[in-house]
Design a protein around this ligand. Structure first.
Ligand code: TRP
Length: 347
């Protein structure tokens, strides 16, 4: 249990999202931010735009700055409320990098080398483009999480996608290792992989996850996209042989993905989608789905643009988040520095 921004006691949650694109995509919305919005009501919630993680691969500084603001604005436009939860930019709280150093000194080289995401990415980029930052990415993520570990007895839930489970496991290991060596300090965090967080796949390659880094432009549905192009993408989405709208992941991965999107946006079951579209064919279903997505994203897009139009106001809102997150992080780091054996700075 911990103090919320409003002073009540609720279990704590922390999550992060990378500002890697000029827009979030449908998978980010259904798989992450929509859950964040729901959890802010029941938790003392901290959500972080992880710009330090975004520089583990080559990047353009101006694009990063723009994308960090766009990411934050979209979170707010999707319903995060700075009065209810705490949204902040990772680099505004330098304790993240500081704790990452300490945890890095507790992480085995081989242990970090076993992270499958690192192995995949480093294979893809090649050794000359694989940075040490990419290697220690999971350690920074562990720091993001453990900084917000509440005091004794409190739980910390971390909503993440299935692909982050191994990083969460490492975080738990590092928390336990630290506690064992230096005394009880961190609550061991729990991965929270929401059951209803639909796994959204690429519209052109329905067996691959929809992803900023690997989907083709036609396969990815962006939140800030205009309704026209958005509709085209759905009409051109890869479907399967046959014509009935039926959920069958192995036989019909394309249609199943679309059913998942529909069901998830409408809050109904796959069965209900199938019943609704029995006998109507793919065309009608795709058209309705495109309209449903456009209706969901239009107000979000408009709110995002309004928030971005007043950069000063947006930055002020983020400063409020940085202030609150920074207060928690500073308290944790004070304990960590002491436990590790650093000399307290004299006054
Ligand atoms: N690595 C996460 C992802 O790619 C993003 C992230 C960074 C994160 N720090 C975090 C998620 C802390 C949860 C908690 O999805």
């Amino acid at each position: 249990m911990s103090e919320t921004p409003s002073g009540s006691t609720l279990p704590r949650v922390l999550s992060g999202i990378q500002p890697t694109g000029d827009s979030f995509h449908l998978g980010n919305y259904l798989g992450a931010v929509r859950q964040w919005v729901a959890m802010q009501e029941t938790h003392d919630a901290f959500y972080c735009v992880v710009d330090l993680h975004a520089i583990t691969v080559e990047h353009d500084p101006r694009a990063l700055r723009r994308r960090s603001r766009v990411a934050a604005a979209q979170c707010l436009a999707m319903g995060l409320d700075q009065d209810v939860s705490t949204l902040f930019v990772q680099s505004h709280v330098p304790e993240h990098a500081e704790l990452a150093w300490v945890l890095g000194c507790l992480t085995g080289f081989g242990e970090a080398g076993r992270m499958t995401q690192f192995k995949d990415k480093s294979t893809k980029y090649g050794s000359s483009a694989t940075t040490v930052g990419l290697f220690t990415y999971p350690v920074l993520m562990a720091a993001d999480i453990l900084l917000y570990t509440p005091g004794h007895g409190g739980a910390l839930e971390v909503p993440v996608g299935e692909d982050q489970r191994q990083h969460l496991e490492l975080t738990r290991t590092l928390a336990q290792r630290f506690n064992h060596r230096f005394g009880e300090t961190f609550a061991v965090p729990e991965a929270f992989i929401p059951k209803d967080a639909a796994k959204i796949t690429d519209l052109q390659e329905p067996t691959a996850k929809m992803s900023k880094s690997s989907s083709s432009p036609q396969g990815i549905v962006e939140v800030l996209e205009e309704p026209g192009p958005l509709r085209k993408k759905f009409m051109r989405a890869v479907t399967d042989t046959g014509s009935d709208v039926r959920y069958d992941e192995t036989e019909k991965p394309g249609i199943s993905n679309l059913v998942r999107i529909y069901a998830s946006l409408e809050g109904i079951s796959y069965d209900e989608v199938e019943r609704k579209y029995a006998g109507s064919g793919y065309g009608t279903f795709k058209k309705d789905l495109a309209a449903l997505v456009a209706d969901t994203f239009t107000p979000i897009r408009e709110r995002t643009h309004r928030l971005l139009a007043d950069e000063e106001q947006l930055d002020r809102l983020l400063a409020v988040g940085a202030e609150r997150a920074g207060a928690v992080a500073a308290r944790t780091m004070e304990v960590v520095r002491d436990r590790v054996g650093f000399v307290a700075r004299g006054r």
